[in-house]
Write a protein that binds this ligand. Structure first.
Ligand code: BT5
Length: 261
C-alpha cells in the first residue's frame, strides 16, 4: 500500500506520533494496541516519563521525567521468522546514524559504538538501550514493537547512583541541551531507510553494517547467558544477528542472547 509522507517527512515510521506525559511503558501500551489491531505499521508512542519502563529480563529502564527520548514503534518486518535480534540490530543502526547526523558528527567509532545486542555506548558508557518485543495482532500477523530509550538531557545526578558509572547522555558528552523532537526526526529518518531496505532486499546486509559500528571485533569479551559465563574473542555477527565468539578453548560458539562485558 503506498504511503503519503508523514509530518516528519518519512513514508512509514511516525505517520502517527502520540506523546503521553506519563505512561507505564511505551512498549506495553503500543503492544496492547497492536494486538487489538488499533494501530498500523509505523505508529509511534513517546512518553515524557515511564513508571515501569523496562529492558530485557524485566530489568528497569530509568529516565527522569522530560530528560530522555522514550519511544516505541510498531513494525511488521518481512522476515522468515520473528528474528527479534536482527530487528534490534537494524534499529540500532538507525539510532546510531540518527544521533551522528543530529550532532553533526562524523563516523567516529571511539565516541559512539554499538554494543551487542542492543546498546549504544559513548566512551564506554550506555546512552541508549533498545528492546524489541514480538506479538501477534487480531489478524494473526506477527509484529514487532521496537522500544528505544536514549539518554538526552540527563546530568550525572539524574541517574541513580547504581548506574552513574555506566550511563551517559548526549548532554553530558556535548555539553549542550539537545532537542528531543529533532533527535527523534533524525533517528526515524535514518531508521526508515534501513527498514525499507530490510523490507525490499532482505536482511543479509544488517550484520556487516552493524559490525562496522561496533568496537568488539577481535576484543576479549565475556558473555553471560542463563547465568553461565563464556569468555573468548568476538569474531563476528552471524547473518541472523547472533554473536560469534572464539572461546578460550579455541571453539567457535554462537550466542543468541545474553550480556557482553
Ligand atoms: C535495555 O535493556 O537496554 C533496553 C531498554 C529499552 C528502554 C525503552 S524506553 C521506551 C521503551 N519502553 C520500555 O518500557 N522500554 C523501551 P537491558 O539491556 O536489559 O538493560 C537494562 C539495564 O540498563 C539496567 O539493568 C541498568 O543497568 C541499565 N540502565 C537502566 N536505565 C538506564 C539508563 N537510563 N541509561 C543507561 N543505562 C541504564
Amino acid at each position: 500500500m503506498p504511503h503519503s509522507a508523514t509530518p516528519i517527512g518519512t513514508q512509514i515510521l511516525g505517520h502517527s506520533v502520540r506523546t503521553f506525559p506519563v505512561i507505564d511503558s511505551t512498549n506495553s501500551v503500543l503492544k496492547a494496541e497492536a494486538e487489538l489491531g488499533k494501530v498500523t505499521e509505523g505508529a509511534i508512542i513517546t512518553a515524557e516519563h515511564q513508571t515501569t519502563g523496562h529492558g530485557r529480563l524485566n530489568r528497569t529502564w530509568e529516565s527522569p521525567p522530560g530528560k530522555g527520548l522514550l519511544f516505541s514503534i510498531l513494525l511488521y518486518p518481512k522476515l522468515p521468522e520473528n528474528r527479534l535480534t536482527l530487528i534490534g540490530l537494524m534499529a540500532s543502526l538507525g539510532v546510531y546514524d540518527g544521533i551522528l547526523k543530529h550532532l553533526n558528527w562524523t563516523n567516529n567509532q571511539k565516541t559512539l559504538a554499538l554494543k551487542w545486542p542492543n546498546d549504544l555506548l559513548t566512551d564506554g558508557k550506555k546512552i541508549c538501550g533498545i528492546l524489541s518485543e514480538g506479538g501477534i495482532d487480531n489478524q494473526k500477523r506477527r509484529f514487532v514493537i521496537v522500544g528505544i530509550g536514549v539518554n538526552v538531557n540527563q546530568n550525572e545526578t539524574d541517574f541513580a547512583p547504581s548506574i552513574q558509572h555506566i550511563a551517559s547522555s548526549l548532554k553530558l558528552i556535548t555539553g549542550q541541551e539537545q532537542s528531543r523532537d529533532d533527535l527523534l526526526k533524525s533517528i526515524l529518518t535514518s531508521m526508515e531507510s534501513y527498514y525499507l531496505k530490510l523490507q525490499n532486499e532482505g536482511s543479509q546486509w544488517i550484520a556487516p553494517e552493524w559490525f562496522k559500528r561496533a568496537d568488539i571485533m577481535n576484543k576479549k569479551v565475556t558473555v553471560t547467558h542463563n547465568n553461565q559465563k563464556q569468555s573468548g574473542v568476538a569474531v563476528g555477527i552471524a547473518e541472523d544477528g547472533a554473536l560469534r565468539i572464539k572461546n578460550d578453548q579455541g571453539e567457535l560458539i554462537t550466542v543468541y542472547s545474553g550480556d557482553v562485558e
